[in-house]
Each structure stands twice: as C-alpha cells, then as structure tokens.
Design a binder for this molecule. Structure first.
Ligand code: N01
Length: 544
C-alpha cells in the first residue's frame, strides 16, 4: 500500500509557496511506489515521490500491529528485478513478520538511493489537471505545491482505513486504535481490558498475538472465517542458499500461476475423486504451510458449490476439534459463505485463544453493538468496559484510496464522482478524462510485489514510449474503457465471490456499490492483455 489517504477535506487555498516542477510525481512509498520511482528514474526524467508516512514501506509501514506478517512465502514476496538484491537479502522466516518486511523496504530504499527523491510526511490534498498546460497541479496538506506532466497513484488497494460509524465512537475515554495505523511506539497491552472489533485476516493475526498478554480480550465477531494453519518456521541457511540458487525458477513459476503464488490447483474434479482419497488430500494439504489448502486444492472448489462445500465441511470440523466449548466453537464456524470467497486468514493458534479464560467471543449478530460509550461498547445485552478498543475493521478497498483524494480531471470532473458506481478504468491503469494519470495497481487477483512489478514496468515503458515518439498526453478512449468494464463484469459473473460480503465486493462499506472490485482474470492472462495493448502501440488509448 502506498500513502494512507483518510482526508476528504477540500483542498487548502493556494499558498505563496513556490511550485516544485517535475516530469513525474508518484504518490505512495509502498512496494509499488518504491519500484516505480526506481524505474522512472531510469528514464532520466525528473521525478518525486510523496508519502504521508514518516517512513517508507506503505502497508508494511502502517500495519505494524502485533502479529502482522506475510501470508505468502517470503521468497516469493521480494522484488525480482535486482539479482544483487536477491543475493544480498536473507529472509529469516518462511512467512516474514512486519518488522522485517519494513526493514526490507528500507534496505531497498537505501540500496537504490531512492530517498533523495522521496518526500515523506506529505499528505496529498488535491491533484488538479491543467488542460491548457497538460500538467497536474498538486497541493499537500502542509501547503506544499508541485506540478508534473505525469501523475502516478501508487496508493495501494488496502490503504484507506475503515472505521464503522458506530454512534459515540469519539466519546470513548480509553484508547482507540485502528490496526491500519498502529502507533510506532509500543502500545502497553499488559493487564489491559481490550476489545477487538473484526475477525478478518488482520484481527486473526492480532488476536493470536495479544491474547496471552492482555488482561482480558473481548472479540466482536460479525462473520466467522475459514482460518487455516500458516505453519511458519525459520529459514535454515541451507534453504536460504536454495532460494538464492533458484530465484529465476521461483519467479518464473509465480509468474505462471493464476494468482502469483507458488501453488498449482489439482486438476481433478473434487467429487470424481473417491471420498477416502479426497480426505487424504485434504489432510495432507492441512499439514502443509501457507495457502496450499486453498490454491493447491482441487481446482473446482472455486467454481463448483458442492465441491466447495465438501472442503468447507472438512475445515469446519478442524475448527470444532480445536475449540473446547462447543457453543463457542459453533460461533466460530463459518456457514454463510463458501470457502475461499473471502481471503482465507492464515493463523498460528487463533482458535486456541478462545479456550483461554481471559478471552470472550461476542457474536454481534446475537447481540449487536448499539454504540460506543465513554467506558466501552454497549451491545443489546450489556455494556462491556475497556481500556483499549481496536478497530480491525479493514479498508475501503481498491477505490477508497483514490476517491478520498480530491482529484480533478478534464473539465473539472472529480475522480470521486467518476468512480461513484465503482472503478472505471481501461486495463485497470487509466480512467478516461484523467490524462497522464496512471493507477499503479495490479488489479487482477495477484500476489505482491512480483505482480506489482508488471504494472510498474508497463507504466514506465508507456512513458518511455511517449517520450520517444513525441507524445505528451495519454488517456483511454471512452469506448475502450466501456468495453474493459463490460469484459471485467463478464468475468466476474463466473465467480461466486458476489454472494459473499467482503472487501472484494465493496460490501464491507455501508453504501458502497456491491461489485467485484478486482479483475477476475488470472495474473498471466492479465499480464498478456496489457502487454498486447502496449505492443500494439497502445490500442484503446488516445495519444497526442
Ligand atoms: O479486513 P477485513 P482485514 N461491525 O475487511 C469486521 C489483507 N491482509 O484488515 O466479515 C462488526 O477482511 C468485518 O466483519 P464482516 C488481506 O488481503 C493480509 O482483516 O464484514 N464488525 C471483518 O471481520 C485481507 O483480505 C494479511 O462481517 C465489522 C473485519 O471487520 C485484507 O488485508 C494480513 C464491522 C474486517 O475484515 C483486509 O483484511 C491481514 C461492523 N460494523 C490483512 N465492520 C497478510 O497476512 C467491519 N467489521 C499478508
């Protein structure tokens, strides 16, 4: 994730500060933005990257809550573009934790001397396109002003934090925290009465880590998830050497798999495999680390309801076996959505936390939250008192990080209005009416950062092409954009993600239009599509 954009404030009035001039401006110093800066600099043009954090790292800067770590294999997560970097960096754990991930991105920033072109502590207030000059005028909340021909939004898909609009939120006298902006200074949890609202992948990591430390923990759950064991371990020196010797193969493989992970689905149809053999595969997958239980499973669990239900019931029974109190266990068992229709949280002892005396599970479907009070949280049956309330309530995903910025394109049209009915793009990269504004997000379901590299390279190649051919301005034709939206909707209609409430569908945000926010094609197919467009001389775009 790049910069965190919480503000819907109007742009500050033009200040007397001088306007900094660049060829390109990048917003966001996360995995994507850092590499984008590296690539744009190679074009020999002037570029500046702005981020509102006081450090680089994006997601890995902001999400420093206890327990935060990769759910993808560390060796698949690092950048692939630099052989030297791959040689130099040692991953300590198979699923690396936030502190190490943040160190990695700082190491990258230092190694490639990126900091000299990065401006931290700069929250973008507005970006307005000047049609006559073909330039983007940016104002930051501190009054700083900058202007550039190209604007690249590397703000991530999960960076606009969401806090539910409970009544009384501000009245709470204790400490309120959101996992997506966890403080840098250690948070004193020992002996405290803590509430965690939410049971998504973030909450699952957090709860597991803090339950043993806090005095009492109350977990407010709306929808239970299918959590599967992560099975993390240390990387041995021998394995480290193997990673380094085989990076080309590792990267080739993750570029060929549908979602950028090092797993292949089993090509057999679930229900055509005899029951005993099926269960044996499930058990085997269960003992393996990472997403193997999902992405190494029978391929049709993601398309055939009956097949999905077969594995879902296997997972439910795994949960029941780990939670001592059968009533609590049943509350933790998901029954309302198919396995894999939401991101599967990977855990390291999550369910066992509910066997502890100091942990209480509150199902908000039975006793809804009525309001936040000065002392804590009032549900329909009682007031729970807390010292700390943690909102592990996710993000206004994909669109929120852009629509919360005051971005104005041709004729003063606002990005917020243009995307009011959901993301409107061609290839996920540009929106008609916003020339030279690139959205550096890999919009397919695809693991970062190897998939982010694709989009970064596409954008820098496009700018290079424009400069070589003497073009100054690029934007998609409305027709190409319309056709892309229809194509994406058609692909989305073949998934069963739409039946589930999740950030994938925007349905975690009150009032947000329900639609698949990501592009439901495999990462290799998406890569082929955008590569083909570039090879054709940017078909579907107007270049001037
Ligand atoms: O957010 P979420 P997240 N009342 O939206 C609940 C990535 N990630 O931060 O499910 C009560 O999944 C909400 O309930 P429900 C990963 O891509 C990666 O956990 O909507 N509860 C849910 O339980 C992931 O998918 C890692 O019914 C409310 C929770 O808040 C994405 O980030 C680790 C509520 C939000 O869950 C987002 O995960 C962590 C309300 N009014 C995250 N509103 C890795 O391991 C919301 N909730 C790399």
């Amino acid at each position: 994730m790049g910069t965190s954009v919480q503000s819907t404030q109007p742009a500050p009035k033009a200040s007397a500060r001088p306007v900094e001039q660049y060829d390109a401006i990048i917003i966001g110093a996360g995995v994507t933005g850092l590499y984008q800066l590296y690539r744009i600099r190679q074009l020999g043009i002037s570029v500046r990257l702005f981020d509102d954090g006081d450090g680089v790292g994006g997601t890995w800067y902001w999400n420093r809550y206890p327990g935060c770590r990769f759910d993808s294999e560390s060796e698949t997560y690092g950048y692939s573009f630099s052989k030297e970097l791959l040689e130099e960096w040692d991953w300590k754990e198979h699923y690396s934790g936030q502190p190490e991930n943040e160190r990695y991105l700082n190491y990258v920033a230092d190694k490639f001397d990126l900091r000299s072109d990065i401006q931290l502590n700069s929250r973008l207030a507005s970006a307005v396109y000047d049609e006559r000059a073909n330039r983007w005028d940016l104002e930051f909340e501190d009054g700083r002003r900058a202007r550039a021909q190209f604007l690249i939004g590397a703000v991530g898909i999960l960076s606009a934090r969401f806090t539910p609009p409970f009544e009384g939120t501000d009245s709470f006298k204790g400490r309120s925290l959101h996992t997506g902006s966890w403080p840098k200074e250690p948070v004193e949890l020992a002996g405290k009465r803590v509430a965690v609202i939410g049971t998504g992948p973030t909450a699952v990591q957090l709860i597991t880590e803090i339950a043993k430390e806090v005095g009492h923990l109350t977990v407010f759950q709306r929808t239970p998830n299918y959590c599967a064991p992560l099975r993390n371990s240390l990387v041995t020196p021998e394995t480290q050497e193997r990673f380094k010797a085989t990076y080309p193969e590792i990267h080739k493989r993750i570029r060929e798999t549908p979602a950028g992970f090092a797993y292949d689905f089993d090509p057999r149809k679930t229900l055509e495999v005899p029951r005993e053999e099926r269960l044996a595969l499930y058990e085997k997958l269960w003992t393996q680390p990472g997403f193997s239980k999902w992405l190494g499973n029978f391929h049709d669990i993601m398309s055939n309801r009956e097949a999905n239900e077969d594995f879902a019931e296997f997972v439910r029974n795994k949960i029941r076996a780990r939670v001592k109190d059968p009533v609590v266990a049943e509350k933790l068992v998901p029954k309302d959505h198919p396995f894999g229709s939401k991101r599967i949280p990977l855990e390291s002892g999550y369910y066992e936390q509910f066997n502890r005396d100091n942990v209480l599970l509150v199902d908000v479907n039975e006793t809804p939250i009525e309001r936040v009070t000065p002392k804590g949280i009032k549900t329909t049956d009682q007031e729970h008192e807390f010292d700390i309330i943690v909102y592990a309530t996710g993000f206004d995903a994909v669109s929120g990080s852009l629509t919360r910025i005051d971005i104005r394109g041709e004729g003063g049209r606002t990005f917020k209005d243009t995307w009011a009915d959901g993301p409107r793009t061609y290839l996920g990269i540009q929106t008609a009416g916003f020339p030279n504004f690139f959205i550096a997000t890999n919009s397919a379901f695809c693991n970062y950062p190897v998939c982010a590299e694709t989009i970064v390279e596409w954008i820098s190649d496009c700018i290079k092409y424009m400069r070589e051919k003497g073009f100054n301005r690029i934007e998609p034709t409305p027709e190409a954009e319309e056709a892309w939206i229809a194509h994406a909707a058609e692909l989305a209609s073949h998934t069963f993600l739409s039946d589930t409430k999740s950030w994938f569908m925007g349905s975690n945000i009150p009032g947000k239009k329900r639609q698949l926010l990501l592009y439901a094609n495999s990462a290799p197919k998406y890569r082929a599509e955008i590569t083909q467009v570039a090879a054709s001389g940017y078909e579907g775009f107007t270049l001037e």
